[in-house]
Write a protein that binds this ligand. Structure first.
Ligand code: SF4
Length: 385
């Protein structure tokens, strides 16, 4: 099973924490859509198997007209072997989801909406410099459901300097009130060169409070459990039939093709070398809209690539799998990695096996509820360097 990610690099305005690739000018939108279609055709032989997910991410994919989205979707159907039960996700901002747009999206084949709510609190939305307000966030969920979208996920952020425990509880309660079947919740991080970094450096807002972040993460875990959502990945919660197929494929190490400026691909190389994960390469496209358009128009190189070596494959396997309920499979490590890596893994794992942070079930190791809080430390201890 494999998936296609399509990056739509446009946004109405810049959120203060964001370091993704996007432009607030729509000047090249038409040319970019044409170029995405070109790249989809150009790379039609990169994925041999059947596609079971298409994911429009960004940026803000809901800024595209539905006709533009349809051009891209049709091109994928024309050139790839697409499963009949495809999961077709569109990341959207609440302020783009009018009733008409939602109807047209439904007709276009989009069957999963990922709505970038981030908060239902106007003060916090202002702090983030989001383009929508609280009532637009609520209205967009309600309208999506009324039009018949069942597979909806929303994003929320915790840990911001303006988020109180009460507002966080209110935000989480909305997930339950709207009966949203999937939630992605991320701790705020201060990325270099963002407006948020500047705001903190210049004293406009305090440095993020780690204790508050941990307390809000704890509340998140408790409330989602109460709402019947499973934490199937550290930051992702859902009812089983609504788990993100696209992201689950990433975490399970399946192939994916990334289309568009700044998009990454993870593809099997032929013939595979030692072990399954060691037989992959990563490709990343240029992070500049105009350079991407010009390079594809002039048939020039628009990406870089690297073969994933055995050490990197092992580290990535541990990093992604340990964060999920599918866990690290011991026989996978044994079969796919060399003796040195296996010896290292057994040695570093030992202290954790006797602790309350990891649990073993048959052949699988997963984080305990306590272990989730120190997932990053455990992963870095298990890394082979
Ligand atoms: S809408 Fe999303 S991609 Fe665009 S600036 Fe905000 S967080 Fe970044």
């Amino acid at each position: 099973m494999s998936g296609i990610y399509i990056h739509i690099p446009f946004c109405k305005q810049s959120c203060n924490y964001c370091d993704f690739h996007f432009s607030t000018s729509l000047k090249y939108k038409t040319d970019l859509v044409k170029t995405l279609v070109k790249e989809i055709e150009l790379r039609k032989n990169d994925l041999a198997g059947r596609i079971n997910t298409i994911y429009f991410g960004g940026g803000t994919p809901s800024l595209l007209d539905v006709d533009e989205l349809k051009l891209i979707i049709d091109s994928v159907y024309k050139h790839y072997n697409v499963a009949s039960n495809i999961e077709l996700t569109l990341e959207c901002n609440p302020d783009d989801l009018s009733q008409k747009k939602l109807k047209d999206l439904k007709a276009s084949g989009v069957n999963r909406l990922s709505i970038g709510v981030q908060s239902f609190d106007n003060e916090e939305l202002k702090f983030f410099n989001r383009a929508h307000n609280s009532s637009e966030a609520e209205g967009s969920i309600k309208r999506s459901q009324d039009i018949g979208f069942e597979n909806i996920t929303i994003d929320l952020i915790y840990g911001s300097p303006v988020l109180t425990e009460k507002v966080w509880l209110d935000n989480l309660q909305k997930v339950n009130d709207f009966d949203v079947p999937h939630l992605s919740a991320y701790g705020l991080t201060v990325e270099p060169k963002t407006k948020l970094e500047h705001q903190i450096k210049t004293g406009q807002f305090p440095v993020l409070d780690d204790d508050k972040m941990i307390a809000q993460f704890k509340t998140l875990m408790e409330k989602t459990k109460e709402f019947g959502l499973t934490q199937y990945e550290v930051s992702n919660f859902g009812r089983e039939e609504f788990y993100s197929q696209h992201n689950s494929n990433y975490w399970k190490g399946e192939e994916y093709l990334g289309i568009g400026p700044s998009a990454h691909s993870y593809l099997e190389i032929d013939p595979p070398r030692r072990g399954l994960s060691a037989g992959f390469k990563r490709i990343w496209n240029v992070s500049n809209n105009l350079k991407y358009i010009n390079a594809l128009t002039n048939k020039e190189v628009y990406f870089e690539e690297e073969t994933i070596d055995e050490k990197t494959a092992f580290n990535e396997y541990v990093l992604t799998r340990l964060r999920t309920i599918w866990g690290v499979q011991l026989d996978y490590i044994k079969t796919n990695f060399n003796t040195k890596i296996n010896d290292h893994f057994s040695r570093e794992l030992q202290p954790y096996l006797n602790s309350s942070y990891l649990q073993t079930e048959k052949n699988k190791i997963t984080l305990t509820q306590e272990g989730i809080f120190i997932a990053d430390k455990i992963t870095s201890d298990l890394f082979y360097v």
